[in-house]
Design a protein around this ligand. Structure first.
Ligand code: PMP
Length: 279
């Protein structure tokens, strides 16, 4: 079946979507986006994603072309039109099309586009765990906005792959922030520790779900910064994200985490997460 895109509030086959070379997303990365998980044909945590989209758009002063209620209905229709049961939805909104100039264009309208993929849940990796490297976090200071400017993330992820790892855990001068495409948590003496939700990290939807699940399971949680040293000495390390869900990390910079297999707190959180997505 040919993939149906949502582009400028129209439904188009993929090969009929035409992005302008003057789209500011193209030359400035001047836009925001969201990635949603679809389970059983339904958008997971949709309201939280739309709230974050509103925050990201406001943060870089982009006017959303529709209310989040309308956007939600469109994304639900996208899933329906594509007959998607399990996968992801990618939604992107750029500032618009205009001749290249750093200044905001006066009368350009935002450009909105969305499509879905059949990306499967990473079941095998969730059982064996990821290998990670550490890398300096060289991003700007508004990592809480989900913008198209992902060059530092791209470089970190590629460095991980070049070194035979799955992801890069980022740190600012030795303080762990998040990973190239997910949030990072450690377990130490039974407590689940993760960076506070401030401007230095993306406020992950999965992070919030996992913190809620941990609280409900009476696992102590601490939202505080922690160092690379603590990361390397942790009993367990895990990543959270829309596509990777709750992903154990079994090796960091070639050093074994804990016993080298996904730990009990991580596995418990995976079970609780599994329950939520099947609910
Ligand atoms: N941090 C970064 C840098 C990300 O790109 C993502 C999204 N993949 C996350 C954290 C996790 O956020 P979420 O759980 O909302 O997918």
């Amino acid at each position: 079946m040919s993939q149906i895109y949502w582009y400028q509030d129209r439904w188009l086959p993929a090969d009929e979507v035409r992005i302008s070379p003057e789209d500011r997303g193209y030359y400035f990365g001047d836009g925001v986006y969201e990635v949603f998980r679809v389970y059983g044909g339904k958008l997971f945590e949709a309201d939280a994603h739309f709230a974050r989209l509103e925050k990201s758009a406001a943060g870089i002063r982009i006017r959303l072309p529709h209310s989040t209620e309308v956007l939600k209905r469109r994304m639900e229709e996208l899933v329906r039109r594509n007959g998607l049961q399990e996968g992801t939805v990618y939604l992107q909104i750029t500032r618009g099309e205009a001749p290249r100039s750093h200044l905001f264009p006066r009368d350009a309208d935002p450009v909105a586009m969305a499509y879905c993929t059949e990306t499967k849940r990473p079941i095998a990796a969730m059982q064996t765990g990821y290998k990670a490297i550490t890398a300096e976090d060289v991003r700007w200071l508004h990592c809480d906005y989900k913008t198209l400017n992902l060059l530092a993330n791209v470089l970190a992820k590629q460095e991980a792959a070049d070194r035979g790892a799955d992801d890069a855990v980022l740190h600012r001068g030795g303080t762990v922030t998040e990973s190239s495409a997910s949030n990072v948590m450690i377990v130490k003496d039974g407590s689940l520790i993760t960076h506070p939700a401030n401007h230095l990290i993306l406020h992950g939807i999965t992070r919030a779900v996992v913190l809620r699940l941990a609280a409900r399971a009476e696992i102590p949680t601490e939202e505080r910064s922690f160092s690379v040293h603590e990361l390397l000495a942790a009993d367990e390390v895990l990543l959270t994200g829309t596509t990777i869900e709750v992903m154990p990390v079994i090796e960091v910079d070639g050093r074994t985490v804990g016993t080298g297999v996904p730990g009990p707190v991580t596995r418990r959180l995976q079970q609780e997460f599994e329950r939520v997505i099947h609910a």
